[in-house]
Design a protein around this ligand. Structure first.
Ligand SMILES: Cc1cc2nc3c(=O)[nH]c(=O)nc-3n(C[C@H](O)[C@H](O)[C@H](O)COP(=O)(O)O)c2cc1C
Length: 367
């Protein structure tokens, strides 16, 4: 036991997080037909033995057309459920809560993998493109696919697909789900005035722009048992040039709380028209103020994310009540033993105790 804030446990509904370090969701672009495979088991094996306190697995399509790229995972058929089960088993064996980020990629679907340029799929070489959907028929960027604006039946279908993916997540052994409402994908596209130009009940004032995210949260909550946490990742702002504001995101968070969302994962950006998040090079912890503000204004627990790879910074964010958890992506890619090294650096009395028993036994012998 320790009183170092980063290494204290945390509880959400029926789930205990052994510490405050979360592995942020990271697309792997390695699936075939949405089915995770040996790559995913190897990737998650690195983290199941890492001492991390919780995990959110990558943006996973609620439907084939909701995937970002042809290499993205899905949760819309039984083969995907069975393959995810092999990943969740890795974490369950180590007592690490594991969540899946369920996503519809909207106008940013049907794209190439990042290392192939991340542009729209074309029939030559990169595989056939598919029809994309969005709040309005606006390409995400110049030259990208023109999406179809979702009609009432399409909106109903998206809500149904999110709920069905949540049910499959339970079957696959996840401890809960995170709804992806960030990074320029469908739910963020509804929130952002740049991408949402609708004139019906789903466009205009923030009460209308948040309607689909709130309806999705309601349907997903209804699909989950009471003891399972529901997380929501929001892009809190579009950027310095306007668009979605923190005021909108606080309003959304209040509404999500009323629907039974348990924690907001506070990210930012992703609508290309929103330009850069900030004109300056981002500083470590640059998105922490979003998590802090939402936590203060709504009373909801929050996750801070974005350039938090210094253990002292991570610990201070939790200690100062700016967020309940800190999520790391690149810091954990470069050092899967980050939680152990952070425990050492922060003076944990028994740093190896956060690792699986076998590792702890031998590392203690060495110290
Ligand atoms: C390889 C990679 C894949 C990512 N995939 C996702 C994703 O699937 N969903 C998501 O919300 N964010 C994704 N992100 C963003 C991260 O979750 C995180 O918010 C971002 O990298 C900032 O954190 P960091 O500075 O610790 O890397 C990804 C980042 C990386 C590096």
């Amino acid at each position: 036991m320790t009183d170092i804030p980063l290494f204290t446990p945390f509880q959400l509904r029926g789930v205990t997080f052994p510490n405050r370090i979360m592995l942020a969701p990271m697309c792997q672009y390695q699936a075939i037909d949405g089915v995770p495979n040996a790559w995913h088991r190897a990737h998650h094996g690195r983290y199941a033995t890492s001492g991390v306190g919780s995990v959110v697995v990558e943006a996973t399509g609620i439907s084939p057309e909701g995937r970002i790229s042809p290499g993205c995972t899905g949760l819309y058929n039984d083969a995907q459920v069975a393959a995810w089960r092999e990943v969740t088993d890795l974490y369950r064996a180590q007592g690490i809560p594991v969540f899946v980020q369920i996503n519809h990629a909207g106008a940013k679907a049907s794209t190439k993998r990042p290392w192939d340029g991340a542009g729209p799929l074309d029939p030559q070489g990169s595989g056939p493109a598919w029809q994309t959907f969005a709040p309005s028929a606006l390409p995400a960027r110049e030259g990208w696919h023109t999406p179809q604006a979702l009609d009432a039946a399409g909106i109903e279908g998206v809500i149904r697909d999110f709920a069905a993916a949540a049910r499959r997540a339970i079957e696959a052994g996840f401890d809960g789900v995170e709804i992806h409402g960030a990074h320029g994908y469908l739910l963020h596209e509804f929130m952002s005035p740049y991408s949402n130009r609708r004139t019906d009940d789903y466009g205009g004032p923030v009460e209308n722009r948040m309607r689909l995210p709130v309806e999705v949260a309601r349907a997903v909550r209804a699909a989950l048992p009471d003891d399972m946490p529901l997380l929501y990742r929001a892009s809190c702002v579009d950027g310095e040039g306007g668009g979605l504001t923190l005021y909108d995101t606080v309003a959304l968070s209040h509404a999500l709380r009323a629907e039974g969302v348990d924690m907001i994962d506070a990210s930012g950006g992703g609508i290309p028209a929103g330009m850069r998040l900030t004109q300056q090079k981002p500083e470590p912890g640059f998105q922490v103020p979003f998590a802090e503000r939402i936590r203060q204004d709504t009373g909801l627990p929050t996750v801070a994310v974005g350039m938090i790879s210094d253990p002292e910074l991570a610990n201070s964010i939790v200690a100062e009540g700016k967020a309940d958890l800190v999520a790391l992506a690149r810091g954990m890619l470069s050092d899967p033993a980050w939680p152990y090294h952070a425990a050492q650096k922060l003076g944990h009395p028994e740093p190896a105790s956060i690792l699986p028993k076998l590792y702890a036994f031998y590392l203690k012998l060495a110290s």
